[in-house]
Design a protein around this ligand. Structure first.
Ligand code: PXP
Length: 251
């Protein structure tokens, strides 16, 4: 019997909207509560070096107020490791970060600065935090994640989703195969397998058919849909798409 995929809701873009006016509204923590009430299995938030959306105080409030696991997305810098060890989220997802990028643009390069990433993983795990690495679905990256003793790999779905959006069928096909192969390879290596970036109802449904995926982390599309249909309806539709893809509900 297939198991349902966990849905982690990324609330960064509620903070983006709040910060646009410099005040307190809309409150990203209120969005997290609503997402949980609508069935989210966890909340993800990315504390970026430039604090463009989520801020330190948001992370502390999320940790103390929400009833579901908090996934703290961050770059593997000393500053972020220190903050994570004081917030003590359920998990940390290490991502690459460039100041000039609009969003996380690719997976971590684990072959660059490996010792630094190894140290960050060790410190976080010693604090009792599960560690996830956001990587491309390549065998060598997955093998390195395993060697670095990460608990989880989150496979970057952005290129696949973008290819679909742009109507590039050949690229979409190749990227989808890469994701499925990567998920199988990581699962066989004993890593928990997550996916995220750019997912919408259709792509989440399609990817859910790959049984190695345990969790999807979805933000931008869901928060955008919530503007039109409300958080609860957006999550209901996403849950339905994921369950449909996994074969848990009939059409
Ligand atoms: N997972 C990771 C590691 C991310 O960096 C992001 C974007 O912040 C997401 C998931 C969510 O991506 P999106 O907002 O495109 O759904």
């Amino acid at each position: 019997m297939p198991f349902p995929i966990r849905l982690g809701v990324n609330i960064d873009h509620v903070a983006t909207l709040r910060n646009a006016r410099g005040g307190l509204r809309p409150d990203p923590i209120r969005a997290a509560h609503q997402a949980i009430a609508a069935g989210a299995d966890g909340i993800t938030a990315h504390l970026r070096e430039d604090r463009r959306h989520i801020r330190d105080a948001d992370m502390r409030r999320l940790k103390s107020e929400i009833s579901r696991p908090l996934n703290f997305e961050m770059a593997a810098t000393e500053e972020m490791v220190k903050i994570a060890c004081s917030v003590l989220p359920h998990a940390c997802c290490l991502v690459p970060e460039k100041r000039e990028e609009r969003t996380t643009e690719g997976g971590l390069d684990l072959h660059y600065d490996t010792d630094h990433i190894r140290r960050a993983i060790g410190t976080l795990k010693d604090a009792g935090i599960r560690v996830s690495l956001f990587i491309e679905a390549d065998e060598s990256a997955i093998e390195t994640a395993k060697a670095l003793e990460a608990d989880i790999v989150e496979l970057h779905t952005g290129t696949w989703c973008h290819a679909i959006e742009m109507g590039d069928a050949a690229m979409a096909k190749a990227e989808f195969s890469r994701l499925v192969r990567g998920a199988r390879f990581a699962d066989a290596a004993g890593l928990e397998v997550h996916a995220g970036h750019g997912l919408d109802y259709a792509t989440a449904e399609r990817l859910a058919g790959c049984v190695q995926f345990v969790e999807f982390n979805i933000g931008h599309f869901l928060i955008g849909e919530a503007v039109f249909v409300g958080m609860s309806e957006a999550l209901r539709q996403m849950r339905h798409a994921m369950d449909l893809g996994r074969g848990l509900v009939k059409v």
